[in-house]
Design a protein around this ligand. Structure first.
Ligand code: ZN
Length: 350
């Protein structure tokens, strides 16, 4: 099959189209003909080489995969009774980006993103930058009529991540205020919509004037171009000096200290990423005197993914697709993402 792989870590130039063996499937697994796969920041980190992930090279990235079931392994119709009539060749599916064992204490408690052997598709196993992908049948959700393959591949990782951050971790409530950094990013554009769905007041930052009206269209109450204005001063003015209840962080050192200073008493900072670097300083005086919480977040649970999928199908949450590009152009697409020249999601199609 055709795929885009990298044989060594490095910049976008290490991505190369290649002919590779198709994945084989075992009992309980399915083979999916990929119709769309979205690009996530994790793809860039994995390509560059993250110490936390030991990849087998050459590697195929791609966490968010939608497509058509090509073939099912032994016993598949019995594996997933949630799918009416079982799963068969020809079914339209989207694959859960999080992979868990289903047996450990965390999994049994429904906190499967804390699974002792938790992995992410496109990191722990080969992903969707390819014509075919394999998965456990239990990791496939049906795509209802009316939802395109591109939209199905656009939502899982970023909407799941943003949902778990705001709902599962920060427990954002109606009437509270939230600052969402980089509202044009995948997780950022999901966070604005989820926070509005929860009836919070949303302040969002973006990196260009062109992104201001787009973030407003998502529902943000105020949008700040951080290249033009000092977001810390603007938020202080907007909140009458009080600060916000929740900061949605995924940037790191570029925004961290101002984010902490902007938290109101009892505020929560929730983070899922570090696009500007891994290390920050923490002024403990802010943390204890204002009784702040600093919360880490990774992906989300299967139940949360199913909740998010329902809201996407209902049209309550709408993944924004910036562009759909051929898989062979994955390198240029990743370069665009690295330059933050994207609003929403970039989708690869084989
Ligand atoms: Zn587990």
């Amino acid at each position: 099959m055709r795929a885009v792989i990298f044989r060594r870590h490095g910049g976008p130039e290490v991505l190369e189209p290649a002919e590779v063996p198709a994945p084989s499937i075992g009992p309980g697994e399915i083979l999916v003909r990929v119709k769309a796969c979205s690009i996530n920041h994790l793809d860039l980190w994995l390509r560059e080489g993250l110490p936390a992930y030991r990849l087998t090279l050459p590697h195929i990235s791609g966490c968010d995969v939608s497509g058509v079931v090509e073939r099912v392994g032994e016993g598949v119709t019995r594996v997933n009774p949630a799918l009416k009539g079982g799963m068969k060749a020809g079914d339209r599916v989207v694959l859960a980006p999080g992979i868990s064992c289903g047996r450990c204490d965390w999994c049994r408690e429904g906190q499967d993103n804390l699974c002792v052997s938790y992995g992410i598709r496109g990191a722990a196993v080969p992903g969707g930058y390819a014509e075919l992908a394999s998965a456990k049948a239990s990791d496939a959700l049906p795509i209802p009529e009316g939802l395109s393959f591109e939209a199905a591949a656009a939502f899982p990782l970023v909407f799941l991540t943003a949902w778990h951050m705001l709902v599962g971790r920060a427990a954002l409530r109606a009437g509270e205020t939230v600052l969402v950094h980089a509202a044009g990013s995948g997780v950022g554009h999901a966070a604005v919509q989820i926070a509005k769905h929860l009836k919070a007041t949303v302040y969002a930052t973006v990196g260009s004037e062109a992104k201001v009206p787009k973030a407003k269209a998502l529902g943000a109450d105020a949008v700040i171009n951080y290249h033009q204005d000092n977001f810390e001063e603007r938020i202080k003015v907007l909140t009458g000096g009080r600060g916000v209840d929740v900061v949605f962080e995924h940037i790191g050192p570029q925004t961290w200290e101002a984010s902490l200073r902007l938290l109101a008493k009892g505020g929560r900072l929730v983070t899922c990423g570090a696009t500007s670097g891994p290390s920050v300083t923490l002024d403990l005086r802010y943390v204890f005197s204002r009784q702040l919480s600093v919360l880490g977040s990774l992906m989300g649970t299967r139940a949360e993914l199913e909740e998010v999928a329902r809201l996407v199908v209902a049209g309550t949450l709408r993944p924004v697709i910036d562009a759909v590009v051929p898989l062979a152009e994955a390198r240029a697409a990743q370069e665009r993402m690295a330059n933050r020249d994207v609003f929403g999601k970039l989708i690869l199609v084989p």
